[in-house]
Design a protein around this ligand. Structure first.
Ligand SMILES: [Zn+2]
Length: 347
């Protein structure tokens, strides 16, 4: 489905870019947008919405609010992560787990499998790992403090924070579950006091082209390979250099490759100077790269414009611990410069 939808989107995007200056064009654009809305509704109804991953700045505020952890729980996530030494990502992952398991206490079971409470423990596991965190003398999976601390206790015993994926797999033996919790954690907004939020994975929803000083548009003509200031030995198409520098300021990354005639996909964007490989810079972290990736590719294989392809978690040879690849969309070209390129218009 992704492919079909992406092609339809690309077609509409092109139509929107090409028509201008007439009433017919305006009507055409409105019709295109209507079709787009209908397509999106169909796609959501078809189950695509459950696969959405990121902050989704384009979504109505109501959807973003769903990604915000309830205030009264935030201190529990922070305390439990600290007590069981789950590291900087601990609070966000506990929040993601509690969201996925019970929608923050709205579906406390028992599930068809018999799981109960805020963090959906099986009774047998609860016997072994359940703790009394609120000090009332009972271990109660329907008490938020007890349930969240018990989940932290179990994750710690199962390998977190050294091996988050292994620990989450122990919690629920399904690969999709592990990825879902991590995805939700990445985009979870914990509106906690600044000191408690330190090291948390924030929501990338506030980032957009305008906040980088521009707006997505197509640059036709021009373009030459120029060196990237501050990145010795690296070069890029001059039309996307401002984007690259603005993103680098925001996400504190080191550029490991830009324009390159070999060592990358021949039909990709590195040989055109429109591809970028990055890793955390000295002042940055993988959390910064996660946020950038989640923003640039809000849903699997549906990069945000101006990006043509985003290589990260789920893409072979890319991802956390390897690198993030960003490609800017462009006219087909055998060699640089491409006739046109989409840019963020950053300044
Ligand atoms: Zn690359």
């Amino acid at each position: 489905m992704n492919g079909r939808f992406a092609i339809a989107l690309a077609g509409l995007a092109r139509a929107g870019l090409l028509v201008k200056g007439s009433i017919a064009a305006a009507i055409g654009l409105a019709a295109a947008m209507l079709v787009l809305v209908m397509l999106a509704a169909w796609w959501a109804a078809a189950g695509g919405a459950s696969a959405r991953t990121a902050c989704e700045a384009a979504l109505p505020v109501g959807r973003l609010a769903e990604r915000t952890a309830p205030k009264e729980l935030v201190s529990l996530f922070t305390e439990a992560a600290a007590k069981y030494e789950l590291g900087g990502e601990g609070p966000a992952i506990l929040a993601g787990l509690t969201k996925v398991e019970s929608n923050f206490g709205q579906n406390m079971g028992p599930s068809s499998a018999g799981a109960i409470g805020w963090t959906q423990f099986m009774p047998k596991t609860w016997k072994a790992y359940g703790v009394d965190a609120d000090g009332d003398g009972r271990r109660d999976p329907f008490n938020a403090a007890d349930a969240i601390h018990s989940a932290a206790n179990y994750l710690r015993a199962s390998g977190a924070p050294r091996e988050w994926r292994k620990a989450l797999f122990a919690y629920n033996r399904a690969g999709w579950y592990v990825e879902k919790v991590l995805r939700v954690a990445r985009t979870m907004r914990l509106d906690a006091p600044a000191e408690a939020a330190g090291g948390l994975v924030g929501c990338a929803g506030a980032i957009d082209a305008p906040s980088l000083g521009g707006g997505v548009h197509r640059v036709t003509g021009g373009g030459e390979i120029v060196s990237i200031p501050g990145s010795p030995g690296e070069s890029i198409d001059s039309r996307i250099l401002p984007d690259v520098l603005a993103l680098q300021r925001r996400f504190k990354f080191t550029i490991t490759d830009g324009y390159a005639t070999s060592g990358h996909a021949a039909a990709g964007e590195h040989p055109l100077g429109l591809g970028l490989d990055i890793v955390p810079g000295p002042a940055g972290s993988w959390e910064d790269i996660d946020r950038l990736a989640a923003w640039a590719e809000p849903a699997p294989d549906q990069p945000r414009r101006p990006f043509r392809w985003v290589g990260y978690d789920g893409d072979e040879g890319h991802g956390r611990g390897h690198h993030l690849h960003l490609s800017w969309d462009h006219a087909p070209a055998p060699r640089p410069p491409a006739a046109w390129v989409l840019t963020l218009g950053a300044r």
